[in-house]
Design a protein. Structure first.
Length: 307
């Protein structure tokens, strides 16, 4: 099948049912760049004069986000890029992703900082999972988000780029809506307003489906690790991943519709008292929506000490 772009007779390598198009290699690569660039201007308008941090896990999504952001900043000497990686302490998984992250940053010439859960919280995901085997993704995700925010804030970053793709964000929107937690939609990336001590998170891969991110990473020859976290099978998100996939198969464009739903609700959510910014955790001083932050709540009591 030929590429859908006018005056292009090259063979298509990708079909896009949600757009009704097929793209050749060259037009696919340029479309990824254009969608990324548009999201950067949409999510972080007027960005200049500082540093942008990227949460680099070593997987395909964050690898593509860092690669594209490096290109975005290359023509703007007023912007610099920093890669941040969190080592949660997951044997048999994290070492390989750390290796891929180091190879990518070295190849791009981007400074790279790594912090461990052990350094920040005195715990590792592996050790904590023995105490909370039912939901390791819950506490691991909370600690990772706080670690990344602290690293980005200490580096003086203007924004923290996350590698969330279209599928990831659609799943999160659906999850929050079906749980009856609409105000969490205002807390998820991309953030439209700054809050004290929280580096605004943006997700410039927001309009890129997961399989297109994977294809782009392969075409560009980016180093990334294919492994899946050994705890991922227990995540609640798996159900929503399946639901979103089935919705998209039956009704192409459903993922984009879920994102538009969030965008339409966001002004109402931000104007409501429950949509206001968080306070502070009485123990660690980090941002917290209500009392003790979730990061501290998940820590073993022996590590918390007196309030």
């Amino acid at each position: 099948m030929e590429c859908s772009r006018p005056d292009c007779d090259r063979v298509a390598i990708l079909d896009q049912p949600y757009a009704g198009t097929h793209l050749c290699r060259e037009h696919f690569r340029s479309s990824v760049w254009e969608r990324f660039r548009r999201q950067m201007h949409h999510q972080a308008p007027g960005l200049s004069g500082g540093m942008i941090a990227v949460a680099l896990s070593g997987g395909k999504d964050s690898a593509v986000a860092l690669s594209l952001l490096t290109r975005f900043a290359r023509g703007r000497p007023d912007l610099s890029v920093l890669a941040l990686t969190v080592d949660e302490g997951i044997e048999g998984y994290r070492p390989a992703t750390l290796d891929a992250a180091r190879k990518l940053t070295q190849g791009l010439g981007i400074p790279h900082r790594v912090v461990t859960f052990q350094e920040l919280f005195g715990v590792t995901t592996d050790r904590s999972a023995t105490d909370r085997p039912e939901a390791p993704c819950s506490f691991c995700g909370v600690w990772r988000r706080q670690a990344l925010n602290r690293m980005a804030r200490e580096a003086g970053a203007l924004r923290l780029v996350l590698g969330f793709n279209l599928d990831d964000l659609a799943q999160t929107v659906l999850m929050n809506l079906t749980r009856g937690e609409p105000f969490r939609l205002a807390q998820m990336a991309p953030h439209l307003r700054a809050q004290p001590d929280l580096v605004p998170r943006i997700a410039p891969l927001a309009t890129l489906p997961e399989r297109e991110v994977y294809l782009y990473a392969r075409l560009e020859g980016l180093p990334f690790d294919h492994a899946t976290c050994p705890y991922a099978g227990r995540a609640v998100r798996n159900l929503y991943r399946e639901l979103v996939w089935r919705l998209e198969e039956a009704h192409p464009g459903s993922r984009h519709a879920l994102l538009r739903t969030r965008e339409k609700l966001l002004p109402l959510l931000l104007a409501h008292p429950e949509g206001e910014g968080p306070g502070r955790c009485p123990r660690c001083g980090e941002a917290s929506a209500e009392g003790l932050c979730r990061a501290c709540a998940f820590l073993p009591r022996r590590l918390l000490g007196p309030a």
